[in-house]
Ligand binder design. Structure first.
Ligand code: TXA
Ligand code: MG
Length: 348
């Protein structure tokens, strides 16, 4: 059975915190909030704990986990060497929504890194995550706390839906602040490269590192090279319904979505539309879900995965979605939406 410990003002009660820490230290699983999405945590140095994480998520074991740390010295303990770029990025963005890929040493087992000689490391800023990392004294391996293939969890309720009964403890810190997973930057090769876009944008990383590349494998489904991050190769975030993105001038996007909606409804299908607040009244679909104000990218990112889960609950057959800017945080939003859509998009 899964115990739920609720934080008040970002504080877990002392006795509950101690219990969660004991679970982690003895190889058990604890889901916890981070500023990006909820994580499904186990002791990163314990191969048995990592195996349990894969089993609970139903995740392929060649898809590596992110190691969460409380202190920069823990990074020094688990990597082969610390490049200057890692120090500079930590200085600028840690604690926060940035994951670095570095060459590992023997401390982190291959069970945690999916057999790779590199390790993904992140220092989260969420106060509950920080307190939990400090109190347990463990480095915590944590993928997003969803069943593999479902949208990442941004509330404790999402975690409960997916993992109840499969984990010992769920730390409930309320809805998260960012809502999309951390930016992943690979520092294990000559040129720093973004493997997964996130809230820390390419522009922000470039200000610290100079040139930062974007993994060409994530740009489109039929790129010649597969994405370097194994997790970016799988269909992911996918709602049950068939999702298509519509891109172009907003008036034409609305007209196109309404035309497609009409066609689907004639066939007896139930239609959902993912809309920005300013357009919500323009659609004729059965269910219009507002993701946020178009100019507020942070709000759109925060609501994205919850909106995808809502469509599952409503049981719509098809979903049409507006599109977002290709720069800044929009880059991460579009990356997640395109993955959810299996790269189905229509330009008008
Ligand atoms: O915001 C986040 O990063 C959340 C919270 C819980 O910290 N975690 C998260 O973990 O999103 P997960 O497992 O859902 O995604 C980790 C991604 C996967 O795409 C995985 O393939 C990639 O990171 N990854 C992990 N280690 C890697 C490595 N050594 N080389 C390349 N990619 C790696
Ligand atoms: Mg994930």
């Amino acid at each position: 059975k899964t115990k739920v410990f609720v934080a008040r003002d970002n504080q877990i009660e002392e006795a509950e915190l101690k219990e969660a820490s004991a679970v982690i230290r003895s190889g058990g699983l604890v889901a916890f909030p981070t500023e990006t999405v909820y994580g499904l945590g186990g002791d990163a140095t314990n191969p048995e704990a990592s195996r349990k994480i894969y089993a609970a998520k139903g995740r392929p074991s060649d898809n590596p986990l992110i190691v969460h740390i409380a202190d920069f010295s823990q990074l020094e303990d688990i990597v082969a060497e610390v490049p200057q770029e890692a120090r500079d990025l930590a200085e600028a963005f840690w604690p926060g929504p940035l994951t670095m890929i570095l060459r590992k040493n023997e401390v982190i087992p291959y069970e945690t890194t999916g057999g790779l000689d590199t390790v993904a490391i992140r220092m989260p800023s969420h106060p509950v995550a920080r307190r939990f990392l400090q109190d347990s004294g463990c480095m915590i391996a944590a993928p997003s706390a969803n069943i593999s293939g479902r949208p990442s969890p941004t509330t404790a309720q999402h975690v409960w839906e997916d993992l109840q009964g499969k984990i010992e403890v769920l730390l409930d810190g309320g809805p998260v602040g960012i809502g999309i997973e951390s930016t992943i930057v690979d520092l294990s090769e000559d040129q720093p490269m973004i493997l997964r876009p996130g809230f820390i944008t390419q522009e922000m990383l470039s200000q610290v590192l100079g040139q930062v590349g974007m993994d060409p494998g994530i740009a489109s489904e039929n790129s010649k090279k597969p994405p370097k991050a194994p997790g970016m190769r799988y269909r992911h975030y996918a709602p049950k319904a068939d999702l298509t993105l519509v891109e172009g001038h907003m008036d034409q996007v609305i007209a196109k979505i309404n035309a497609l909606t009409g066609e689907a409804q004639v066939k007896g299908q139930s239609v959902g539309v993912l809309a920005t607040a300013e357009n919500q009244d323009a659609y004729i679909a059965d269910h219009v879900i507002v993701i946020g104000q178009r100019e507020d990218e942070a709000e759109i990112a925060r609501h994205l995965f919850d909106v995808l889960r809502q469509f599952d609950t409503l049981g719509v057959d098809v979903i049409y979605s507006e599109s977002f800017a290709a720069a800044g945080v929009g880059q991460a939003i579009m990356n997640r939406l395109l993955k959810a859509a299996g790269h189905k998009r229509i330009f008008v």
